[in-house]
Design a binder for this molecule. Structure first.
Ligand code: ZN
Ligand code: ZN
Length: 260
């Protein structure tokens, strides 16, 4: 499969410290045309920047503060740090959002950190990568308000309700699916089909959530090909064509230059 883009990989994670360059080489060999390397903290974003700088026109980075860490979010300090990453080439704010499943940070702090990052995305006219889990009503309200102001983004690793997906799509957002769609317990192909062709993204979320047939292993971007194939089967379309469209959609959302 040629040309797909992994829209969400934590390549700055220490899980890749021993063999990161080999992982990136395997992504190229598997046909990836780009990988979005997520900076889910200020420290991770700095590492992601270095990885992107070492792999120009293939790895692109983002910068944000994950909802798990929202308790430690300091608006003045962290928005300035994220903004500095945008100034040196980060293609999106995030990942940020709301996670009421784990509740690692108080919900009011999660909302405050998310709102501040949405405001920065609006100010800089840059897309936002959103993590949402069991926080449907608040995510819907905040995505809708930001979207109506012109902010664009993606609901990443999406497994939530049809209603939240539709609300995000209605304000111009994308929806990204991970290897979860290859798991035997996945039953919601209707969710995969409700996303229009021009709003669909695919991601590894590496090092987590390796798709079948590699489930349980450390995940890597090369294996997004399995997820693309599963999405194509659910939509009854050709896998190569779907790989090309998720790549085009990622290039449009993240304002990447055209390939080759
Ligand atoms: Zn996430
Ligand atoms: Zn992530």
């Amino acid at each position: 499969m040629r040309g797909f883009i992994d829209s969400h990989a934590h390549l700055a994670d220490p899980a890749f410290d021993a063999d990161r360059d080999e992982v990136i080489a395997r992504a190229r060999a598997a046909g990836a045309s780009a990988v979005i390397c997520i900076g889910e903290s200020i420290a991770a974003a700095a590492r992601a920047h270095a990885i992107a700088a070492a792999h120009p026109d293939f790895i692109w980075h983002t910068a944000g503060v994950h909802p798990h860490d929202a308790a430690d979010f300091d608006r003045a300090r962290d928005i300035e740090a994220i903004d500095a990453e945008l100034a040196r080439g980060a293609v999106a704010v995030g990942e940020c959002g709301l996670d009421y499943h784990y509740d690692h940070s108080p919900r009011d702090r999660q909302r405050a950190a998310f709102a501040a990052q949405l405001a920065l995305a609006h100010e800089r006219a840059i897309p936002v990568v959103v993590h949402t889990r069991e926080a449907e009503d608040d995510t819907m309200a905040m995505v809708r308000e930001a979207g109506q102001q012109g902010v664009r983004g993606v609901l990443h690793c999406y497994t939530g309700s049809h209603a939240l997906a539709i609300a995000a799509l209605d304000v111009g957002w994308c929806v990204s699916f991970s290897g979860i769609v290859t798991f035997r317990k996945w039953t919601d192909d209707a969710l995969i089909r409700l996303v229009p062709d021009d709003r669909l993204l695919a991601e590894s979320d590496a090092p987590y959530l390796a798709p079948v047939p590699n489930r349980g292993k450390r995940n890597e971007p090369a294996w997004v090909a399995h997820t693309v194939a599963r999405l194509a089967a659910a939509r009854d379309v050709d896998a190569a064509a779907l790989g090309a469209s998720v790549a085009a959609n990622a290039r449009r959302l993240f304002n990447l230059p055209h390939a080759g």
